[in-house]
Design a protein around this ligand. Structure first.
Ligand SMILES: *Cc1c(COP(=O)(O)O)cnc(C)c1O
Length: 402
């Protein structure tokens, strides 16, 4: 992990108060102060420690299988008329980028003397990545998951249990991700001394957005090296990633945020269409507000009630967006597009046939916008293939029959 990067003069990295422009911060209940303050004070010290770096790098290499390949997708490139590279996070152990973050956070938890891990999960991907590293480290693991998600995502629930985790249903509200997150925060308040909360995306109170972005920044660190090797230059013309809370995107952009010639493209879940009432496009539909202790853009009613998001992919089904991305949106540094459920499905089928790679539904949203970029033949595009589609086979199969 390239911790030496000086982010202090950047307009796009977190400032010393935990803000990205007017977004971010830590709007936490008083009872959570000790937990969050400990993290704020400790995280950069721990991350900069050479012993920590060594252990993190070793596990990413020998356990996760990094570096993940940067694959030149020839047939996809021919179709869209540009040089398209796929950053293959789908090849990581557990099948997505999420494990980069859970490895980093569990090593941090160990160094802070914690013995118990809690996490929230929506589709179960972050729950599985957390249960995996808890098994690896022999630590107790409790995963909060909405009751409805538990029904929808039975295979991931089985995986978590097999890995030794306790899965606790969240039965309040819509019984999905945001409710699971609330339950996890409640648990943390009650267990401040021995418990670390492994948050699964670049959202939540400072320092989580920056901490998670740093663990995921291995993605752009590798892209720079790999692109230099394969194209003779570190900088692509376009970086494309899908955004739920924003962790794979934050990792993909991290080392390029202050390189203005690299265009940043973020793809949100348009669901059944932006104006359909069934969408998860948090920047376009969102207004400034506070969700999970962070000031950011979120989908809410005029009186501030959170609007239920919809997306065909459970990983993008979140009503907010991490504060780094809210700031990239507001400053115009990032271009925010949205892909509908149908566009994402079509892109998923297309990549399967063109390249022999079945992408996660989330990643398929990023792929779906290649057609909307104004690409020239000499353009170099790097797209983060955040995960593999095995978990989405049911969705793919059901929609194929129609
Ligand atoms: C969870 C998930 C996402 C969305 O999360 P981010 O934090 O926005 O990256 C995207 N792709 C896959 C494969 C996921 O599992």
């Amino acid at each position: 992990m390239d911790i030496a990067i000086d982010t202090s003069k950047s307009r796009y990295h977190v400032d010393k108060n935990g803000y990205y422009g007017r977004f971010g911060g830590a709007y936490i209940p008083e009872m959570l102060y000790p937990n969050v303050e400990e993290l704020q004070e400790q995280y950069m010290k721990v991350l900069s420690d050479p012993g920590f770096q060594e252990e993190f790098t070793d596990l990413l290499k020998n356990y996760v299988g990094r570096p993940s390949p940067l694959y030149y997708a020839k047939r996809l490139s021919a179709k869209y008329g540009a040089k398209i590279y796929l950053k293959r996070e789908d090849l990581n152990h557990t099948g997505a980028h999420k494990v980069n973050n859970t490895i980093g956070q569990i090593l941090l938890a160990k160094r802070l003397g914690k013995s118990r891990i809690i996490a929230e999960t929506g589709a179960g991907q972050h729950g599985v990545a957390t249960a995996t590293v808890c098994a690896l480290m022999g630590m107790e693991c409790v995963v909060y998951m909405g009751e409805i998600d538990i029904e929808r995502q039975a295979p991931n629930v089985a995986r978590m249990k097999m890995l030794g985790a306790t899965v606790v249903p969240a039965t309040s509200g819509s019984k999905t991700l945001k409710d699971a997150t609330n339950e996890a925060i409640r648990d943390w308040i009650n267990n401040p001394v021995d418990t670390h909360y492994i948050l699964g995306t670049a959202a939540g109170p400072h320092p989580y957005p920056d901490m998670v972005a740093r663990f995921q920044s291995v993605i752009s660190e590798e892209i720079k090296k790999q692109l230099l090797e394969q194209e003779g230059r570190e900088n692509p013309d376009y970086l494309v990633a899908c955004i739920g809370g924003g962790s794979n995107a934050a990792g993909t952009y991290f080392h390029y945020l202050d390189v203005p010639e690299v265009k940043i493209i973020a793809v949100e879940a348009g669901g059944k269409g932006i104006n359909s009432g069934f969408s998860a496009a948090s920047t376009k539909l969102g207004k400034i507000g506070i969700i999970h202790a962070s000031k950011t853009l979120l989908m809410q009613t005029d009186d501030g009630q959170i609007v239920e998001p919809h997306s065909i992919s459970a990983g993008l089904d979140y009503p907010g967006i991490g504060p780094m991305h809210a700031h990239l949106y507001e400053t115009g540094r990032g271009t925010f597009l949205d892909a509908t459920d149908d566009e994402a499905l079509a892109a998923g089928y297309e990549l399967s046939l063109l390249e022999g790679i079945i992408p996660a539904m989330e990643s398929a949203h990023a792929l779906a916008k290649l057609k909307d970029l104004d690409l020239k033949p000499e353009d170099v595009v790097v797209l983060c293939l955040s995960g593999r589609g095995d978990k989405d086979l049911n969705t793919y199969i059901t929609n194929m029959k129609k």
